[in-house]
Design a protein around this ligand. Sequence first.
Ligand code: ZN
Length: 164
Amino acid sequence: MKLIQSINLGVAFAILTLLAGCGGSSKPHAHPAAEAEGAVKVVRITGNDAMQFSHSEIRAKPGQAIALILTNTGKMPKQGMAHNWVLLKAVTESEVNKIGMAAATKAPDYMPDDRSNIIVYTKMLGPGESDTIEFDAPSEPGKYPFICTFPGHYAIMRGNLIVQ
Ligand code: ZN
């Protein structure tokens, strides 16, 4: 499978327009033609019953607009096997573990109380569920870890957003 699955810009803008319409809080996309310079990256990522993300690496330019669609392609019940996608600041390995452990006690969403090192995250998804988030890549080039915070998953379900 291709590392980054991009779809054409027309579809990307259609999705973003849809998101803006639903959310209401997104910044206006009044001039899509002017922004069409490869601006929006659409990333489709899946998590499965084997505790695997389809991507271990996502690449973006500093500040690039990203529409990320996470889908849980598994069949196991949500109580035992659910997935989210949580993007962290460029923290150390031990900080990643700390966040993963803090999240483990926070059923049913498994998000830690202290979210100061979390940039953005999807909902926790059961089998067949999907969630889309729209955000801008960090403006500082670097390696930003992403994890699934379902108990026990962060050690395996992880990767990096490479901003350069
Ligand atoms: Zn997971």
